[in-house]
Ligand binder design. Structure first.
Ligand code: ADP
Ligand code: MG
Length: 237
């Protein structure tokens, strides 16, 4: 992201954002509620239009609309706090749908890939169930499998464990830790500081629409530079 700016009315929600995420890097984004973390995530694949600045994916500027946008958007998977599964489709159908519609895969090929991804996230036995029959942690793992099914170049996670009961948080973080260790490029908004310490290459701290710190996790947690970050950490740690 180069010089990215966005307002919601009077609110300058993204201010001169400069952020580079290298291939295979895991960048954890933290900051107080309302600081612009979700907007930043959504702007990366243009779910949120921006006013000024450029977003490049794999060196290519992300087009503002049209077929080019759909194609590049499919390169960057997104996992939300609220799972966003289709309630009237089975787990298998949820993972296969975009492969067929966006990637143009035959159904048999898509289903085979879906089954192997469901196995990878520990859900082989649940392929024919509906989302409502699964726990929140299982639903979130389906959402991750669905994102992976598109063979994304990068994955964005916006508070993927915030809606989960505590005992389910680890089963989702385990899948994310695994992806991180396999070299997946990831941008993760989370309050799970254990994940940030163990899996992040960098921690980006946002406040009031700005990136205030962008540092290695050990430096950020042991010696935050800004008063804002010190204040934030004192409240959550
Ligand atoms: P975070 O994810 O860090 O909590 P958000 O990116 O969701 O922050 O929101 C940043 C600010 O932008 C907040 O003040 C929020 O109320 C505001 N905001 C978010 N989405 C919209 C919207 N669609 N319209 C107007 N204001 C919005
Ligand atoms: Mg948010």
């Amino acid at each position: 992201m180069r010089g990215v700016n966005k307002h919601f009315g009077e609110l300058h929600v993204l201010q001169d954002i400069e952020l580079t995420v290298g291939r295979g890097e895991v960048v954890v984004v933290v900051g107080p509620s309302g600081s612009g973390k979700s907007t930043l995530c959504r702007a990366i694949n243009r779910l949120e239009p921006i006013e000024r600045g450029t977003i490049l994916i794999d060196g290519q500027p992300l087009p503002a609309e049209g077929k080019g946008l759909a194609k590049l958007r499919a390169e960057v998977g997104m996992v939300f706090q609220s799972f966003n599964l289709f309630a009237h489709k089975t787990v298998l159908q949820n993972v296969s749908l975009a492969q067929i519609k966006v990637r143009g895969r035959a159904k048999a090929e898509a289903d085979a890939k879906s089954r192997s991804l469901l196995e990878r996230v520990g859900l082989s036995a649940h392929a024919d169930k509906y989302p409502a029959q699964l726990s929140g942690g299982q639903q979130q793992r389906v959402a991750i499998a669905r994102a992976l099914a598109m063979d994304p170049k990068a994955l964005l996670f916006d508070e993927p464990t915030s809606a989960l009961d505590p005992e389910m948080i680890n089963e989702v973080l385990d899948v994310m830790r695994q992806l991180a260790s396999e070299g997946m490029t990831m941008v993760v908004v989370t309050h799970e500081m254990g994940f940030a310490r163990a899996s992040a290459n960098r921690v980006v701290f946002m406040a009031d629409g700005r990136i205030v710190e962008d540092r290695a996790p050990e430096d950020f947690f042991s010696a935050p530079e800004s008063a804002r970050a010190r204040d934030f950490l004192s409240k959550i740690l």
